[in-house]
Design a protein around this ligand. Structure first.
Ligand code: MV4
Length: 583
């Protein structure tokens, strides 16, 4: 076994990997950005290597620097965690080329599965059922319409090099195709540097069920049961559980076998997740994630296995040491992601800051995996996951009760968290009876205000999606979006006519548009000379993986635009200026 490993990640997953390494007597090396110098993952490691200041591209995403860190510290293996470089084929290759073991699959497997059109082709070859879709990439709206004519609507256009719902557009009828197709290509290009898209029939009454697979370098592959992750908001999972409730043994076995066939086709080594949609007793392949996932603890809870230990063993060349017949799933486990977000009113507004106090419940079938302790700061630079609370019990109903009780006893002060929202969700009847699908959370669930904040909220449509967003006192006044009407998702339909454009707030603009919070500009809708109206969405700002529309606070002509896509903006950054009214 390895004597020393480097963990190329931060937060809870880095801490989680170190825990198993420690138990196995393996020394750990943390890497960190300047902002993370005092972070828990650094304190938890035996050794730490500074990657340097600046954006993640300079540190957690810097392949050369991390490989150098591994060489300099004498680490024999690198664990990528999830996110950052976990599904980066060049990173897997660079680590291997340096004579260091990559704790994950080969660059080839990562490349094939990262390319969704190629992954669909592998699924066809492995006889894994897929949602009806285009045979390859599509290059025009006419191809979407031809597809819709044959397979019916709604159709989903998806980014070939994407994932996580970005560059994805719903098309409900032929007349929506031209605009939605163009928008998907545009968004995919901006987000992934490649505008290739394909399309699928949109299965609107499906659950998201994923199968955990594991392969070793001898060619053995098993599946370690399944998980249901249907409770998502804007493609961020909030609640995950194992096993996926309510599936027949036959469906489960067929889906597991299909996942193993798919993994076998790419010679898969390590932990992987095969995502499916399950609708009316049938399953359809979506994509494969070539990493350990955030939600892996629920699988550990019901299988009794340590997936990180298995990752280390197979990366070291050892056989899995088990066959499918050895895998037993017993009991039920459910996980709540605890993010630094205020979910009041269903907004999930990022709320980074200092965690002044943190006390997590323990025992009684509860597990707390976290990247922060009392006194740590959740930085707006990184994603908002603070930790995960996992409850295990003999039955699903008992696991839900345990998690509800545990969430009530989880005490985090200084910042808002999603704990009350998670507690609210799993207490709902529809969740308990599993009368839900992937659209349930966003279309049917109403969230109360979890604190006493004033009701400063309004709805806005951006790029075909409706958002309820907070009123930003600086630089933004709510009003009707002037973006062309686009797909109105179930969330907006369910909300009814509720203020399409929201309550109007009488506040004169001061001629400037500023960033209301620290973030990255992901969309620029205006150019100098454009005439805009109050409420026009001028920019979209991503902060902690959330998209926040920034609207004009006045009518007028834009004189100057100071922001571009990809630019990171501290709070208060001047983004645009209006022409003087008398000019
Ligand atoms: C779908 C789908 C329905 N039909 N594809 C979302 C992200 C990516 N992993 C795949 N996703 C989906 N693909 C077809 N053909 C439903 C989802 C989906 C989803 C869609 C809208 C809102 C929430 C969702 C949650 C999980 C999966």
């Amino acid at each position: 076994m390895f004597e020393k490993i480097l963990i190329a990640n931060r937060g809870e997953i880095a801490v989680r990997v170190m825990r198993t390494a420690k138990r196995l007597g393996i020394a750990t090396v943390a890497v960190y950005s300047e902002a993370d110098a005092d972070a828990l993952h650094v304190r938890a490691a035996d050794e730490a290597f500074a990657l340097g200041d600046g954006p993640a591209s300079e540190n957690y995403l810097n392949v050369a620097k991390i490989v150098e860190a591994a060489k300099r510290t004498g680490a024999q293996a690198v664990h990528p965690g999830y996110g950052f470089l976990a599904e980066n084929a060049s990173f897997s290759q660079a680590v291997s080329d340096a004579g260091i073991a990559f704790i994950g699959p080969s660059a080839e497997a990562i490349t094939t599965m990262g390319e969704k059109v190629a992954a669909r082709a592998v699924a066809v070859a492995a006889e894994v059922p897929l949602a009806p879709g285009s045979d390859g990439p599509i290059t025009s709206a006419d191809e979407v319409i031809a597809f819709g004519d044959v397979h019916g609507y709604p159709v989903l256009v998806k980014a070939a090099y994407g994932g996580g719902g970005r560059g994805m557009r719903e098309i409900r009828s032929a007349d929506e195709a031209p605009e939605a197709f163009a928008a998907a290509v545009r968004e995919a290009t901006a987000a992934f540097g490649n505008g290739q898209v394909y399309c699928e029939r949109y299965l609107v009454n499906a659950r998201h069920v994923e199968v955990q697979v594991f392969g070793d370098s001898q060619g053995n592959i098993v599946y370690l049961g399944d998980r249901d992750c249907s409770v998502q908001r804007r493609h961020q999972k909030l609640i995950e559980e194992a096993p996926a409730p309510g599936l027949s043994d036959e469906l489960r076995a067929a889906m597991g076998a299909a996942a193993v066939r798919l993994a076998g086709h790419v010679g898969y080594v390590g932990a992987g997740t095969v995502e499916f949609l399950v609708e009316d007793g049938s399953f359809f392949f979506l994509e494969m994630n070539t990493r350990i996932q955030v939600e892996h603890p629920v699988t550990e809870a019901v299988t009794g296995l340590d997936l990180v230990e298995l990752q280390l063993r197979v990366a070291d060349g050892a056989p899995l040491g088990m066959t499918q017949a050895d895998v037993r799933v017993a009991g039920a486990a459910i996980e709540a992601r605890i993010n630094a977000e205020d979910a009041s009113g269903g907004l999930f507004r990022p709320d980074p800051g200092l965690v002044t106090a943190l006390e997590a419940p323990a025992g009684d079938g509860l597990r707390w995996d976290a990247g922060y302790e009392s006194g740590d700061e959740v930085l707006p630079l990184y994603d908002s996951l603070i930790g995960k609370l996992i409850a295990t019990a003999p039955t699903r109903a008992e696991a839900i009760d345990r998690l509800r009780d545990g969430l009530a006893r989880l005490s985090i002060e200084g910042i808002a968290t999603t704990a009350p929202a998670a507690r609210h969700i799993i207490g709902l009847d529809a969740f308990r009876t599993m009368g839900i699908n992937t659209l349930w959370l966003e279309s049917d669930v109403e969230f109360p205000d979890f604190d006493e904040e004033p009701e400063d909220r309004f709805e806005v449509e951006v790029g075909g999606r409706w958002y309820r967003i907070p009123y930003f006192p600086e630089g933004v006044v709510p009003g009707p979006s002037t973006a062309a009407p686009a797909t109105e998702p179930a969330a907006a339909r369910a909300a009814g006519p509720r203020a399409a454009g929201g309550r109007s707030r009488k506040k004169a603009g001061d001629g400037t548009v500023k960033a209301p919070m620290q973030g990255t500009i992901v969309k620029v809708n205006v150019a100098p000379g454009d005439e805009v109206a109050t409420g026009t969405v001028l920019f979209v700002l991503e902060a902690m993986k959330m998209e926040n529309p920034i609207q004009a606070q006045q009518d007028g002509v834009i004189a100057a635009v100071h922001a571009e896509v990809g630019q990171s903006t501290p709070s208060g950054t001047l983004l645009a200026e209006f022409a003087k009214a008398d000019a």
